[in-house]
Write a protein that binds this ligand. Structure first.
Ligand code: FAD
Length: 331
């Protein structure tokens, strides 16, 4: 039997499909259409049949459900075993996994067990028109080059993609597809970890990937106190504050607000880069924003190359003036 089709590993938590999985279904749909094959969504969990319709509405032709009480919560070993069995059974030519903490755990384990390669943190995926191989592109050498990686000798071709990089397709409630249950014959011996308690972190969770407006600060803001300048603007525009790695390293903002290659990939309607030079690793995380405003006192700063609107000036003067203008316009 030959390897055929595209398979997306669907990450669900408490029966809720994670955003990245819907984004991967969008990309998977495009790849499957280019190859003229089916798109399968593989979902593991317990009592999860209800989520299959959503997966079909977002592009899947087929949903394979592995329903087992031992899969209620993510545990490395039973999940790895189950996904491997699904792949052995389905024999897809492409497997896509979200580069979340779960995806980064299960992806390499499964790829090792099925003796194939895995390209992590891809930023673009396409099909080679000539030989139909998957072209997996990701930053390499500290982000200084973009490398396109192929896996011509082994199947399936596996890739992980970070949340926010791909786009989900328009939900279509009229789409139809097949739903199949697959028994992987797990036993209690496969569960080598016992979950005693799940403790949710209390802090207010902000997800800069969901913000429509981001006010991002770089080293140019000068010190931690000046974050308040960014906050004033973000309050006026109902946005969130984010930043470059430099400000995270300085301890001026938290790591979960970092934009870029080793932070989050964001795509807001409006992105302000304030005192950010525009290093390739930063740009990789924000260049797909709808409208980019850069404020920098150095007119040669590379950030201006990706900006839709560039303001050369001192952010400590420009931002308060902007806030004042917005306030006046609201009167
Ligand atoms: P700088 O490069 O120091 O730039 C500061 C800018 O502020 C300058 O352009 C300056 O002209 C301007 N400025 C100064 N004062 C003012 C003022 N008063 N008003 C207006 N402008 C002013 N970086 C990320 O951001 N995200 C990542 O995920 C990331 N991942 C990385 C991964 C790797 C493997 C590596 C090697 C690096 C990574 N980096 C990342 C770091 C990246 O290379 C840069 O060092 C970093 O983005 C620089 O941050 P910055 O622009 O805030 O600071």
């Amino acid at each position: 039997m030959e390897y055929k089709g595209v398979l997306v590993f669907i990450e669900q938590r408490n029966k809720e499909v994670q955003k990245v999985s819907l984004e991967l279904l969008g990309k998977g749909r495009e790849l499957a259409d280019k190859l003229g094959v089916d798109l399968t969504a593989a979902v593991l969990g317990y009592d999860i049949e209800n989520i299959s319709d959503e997966l079909i509405h977002y592009g899947a032709d087929k949903v394979v459900i592995v329903d087992d009480k031992r899969l209620k919560y993510y545990i490395t070993e039973p999940y790895t075993k189950a996904l491997k069995k699904v792949i052995d059974n389905e024999m897809p030519e492409i497997v896509l996994i979200g580069a979340t903490s779960i995806g980064r755990d299960i992806g390499p384990r499964v790829s090792a067990r099925i003796h194939t390669g895995l390209t992590a943190d891809c930023t673009s995926l396409d099909i080679d028109e000539e030989n139909k191989n998957l072209l997996m592109t990701r930053p390499a050498f500290g982000g200084n080059i973009m490398a396109t990686i192929v896996c011509p000798e082994h199947r399936p071709q596996m890739a992980t993609v970070r949340p926010g990089v791909m786009q989900k397709i328009q939900k279509d409630i009229n789409r139809v597809g097949n739903i199949e249950f697959f028994d992987v014959n797990l036993s209690d011996n496969d569960v080598n970890v016992e979950i005693l308690e799940i403790v949710k972190e209390e802090k207010k969770k902000i997800n800069i990937e969901d913000a429509k407006v981001l006010i991002s600060g770089g080293r140019g803001i000068g010190n931690k106190e000046n974050i308040s300048i960014l906050k004033e603007l973000s309050n006026e525009l109902k946005g969130e504050v984010s930043g470059s790695r430099a400000v995270v390293d300085e301890g001026w903002i938290k790591k979960d607000r970092q934009v870029g290659q080793t932070g989050k990939t964001v795509r807001p309607d409006l992105y302000f880069a304030c005192g950010i030079s525009g290093a390739i690793q930063h740009i990789a995380g924000m260049e797909d924003s709808e409208f980019i405003v850069a404020i920098n006192k150095n007119k040669e700063a590379p950030i201006f190359e990706v900006a839709d609107l560039g303001i050369v000036g001192d952010l400590k003067k420009v931002i308060p003036a902007l806030v004042e203008e917005i306030r006046v316009s609201k009167l």
